[in-house]
Ligand binder design. Structure first.
Ligand code: PMM
Length: 279
């Protein structure tokens, strides 16, 4: 899953038309680099980001969704607003990615249920002025799995079919680096929920922390793509349904390698095991 963030800091030059054109072009490039779907979002959810109003989010997102869908791209819309999800689906989006798992807008689950589209349910503990609520955990893996389970129950009760649900641990959302790493170390526990899972580690703070080491300064976000691809390989090996990344090429390669290694495992390919191999 390649990311197209239609936010002023992503595509800052020129007017609105340029923004849309540049965003569509970028989405097509991500597909050419190996993305199977493109996630279009108009509201940054990063810590410190201010919320955009609904009209502005619609202006940013809908033309890009329409443009990419009309080119045959499988588009997911990254929004916590039901109205944006509904209009994006009408404009050709195939999937709704809600970082609040349906919590931010009570109209979201009915809208998605009605459409029959797949729904990404992320672990989320809420907005706070200028970011997300501070997460306190005793056992982050158990709590994230339990809270996701509760969200999945709510989503099912709201009429979204079980085979339309994807879960996501929500790396970096109300989580510190140690929490994100613990979640990545235990992705197998997510599979117990019985739904495919998505991992979105791309360029996130915890990777900056890992790369910086105990004393150093974290490298800027754009210098975290190799680290992101490493997470993509690990996530693919753990059976992820998708990885959400800004830079697709390295991740597409990482996923191919993980798949090839998995293929060698499942085919029971052990060259030389019959005694005719290397001497
Ligand atoms: N993270 C961001 C945005 N959308 N969607 C899902 N499903 N999971 C995530 O972890 C997630 C997301 C924030 O990342 P960005 O601002 O770097 O795109």
């Amino acid at each position: 899953m390649g990311v197209v963030n239609v936010t002023p800091d992503s595509f800052s030059d020129g007017g609105r038309f340029f923004d849309t054109t540049a965003a569509v072009k970028h989405g097509l490039e991500l597909v050419a680099e190996g993305a199977d779907l493109v996630d279009v979002g108009g509201e940054s959810t990063r810590p410190g980001a201010t919320r955009v109003d609904e009209a502005e989010e619609l202006r940013r997102v809908i033309p890009v969704v329409r443009g990419l869908a009309s080119e045959g791209v499988v588009v997911s819309v990254d929004t916590v607003r039901a109205s944006v999800a509904a209009q994006a689906l009408a404009a050709g989006a195939a999937l709704v990615n809600d970082v609040s798992g349906g919590l931010a807008d009570p109209a979201m689950i009915p809208v998605v249920a009605e459409s029959g589209a797949p729904f990404v349910v992320m672990h989320w503990r809420g907005f706070m002025d200028g970011g997300n609520v501070h997460g306190v955990y005793e056992d982050v893996v158990a709590e994230v799995v339990d809270e996701l389970h509760a969200r999945v129950e709510a989503v099912l009760a709201g009429g979204i079919a079980p085979d339309r649900i994807v879960v996501d641990p929500g790396l970096g959302f109300s989580k510190e680096a140690e929490h994100d790493l613990a979640l990545l170390a235990h992705l197998d526990r997510l599979t117990a929920l019985g739904h495919p899972f998505l991992v979105a580690a791309s360029r996130k703070r915890f990777l900056g922390r890992v790369l910086a080491g105990p004393e150093g300064a974290p490298p800027p976000a754009r210098e975290r793509d190799a680290a992101t691809a490493a997470v993509s390989a690990l996530a693919a090996q753990a059976g992820a349904w998708a990885v959400r990344v800004h830079e697709v090429r390295a991740t597409a390669d990482a996923v191919r390698v993980a798949r090839a290694v998995e293929g060698a495992r499942t085919e029971g390919n052990t060259p030389g095991a019959s005694g005719e191999g290397a001497r």
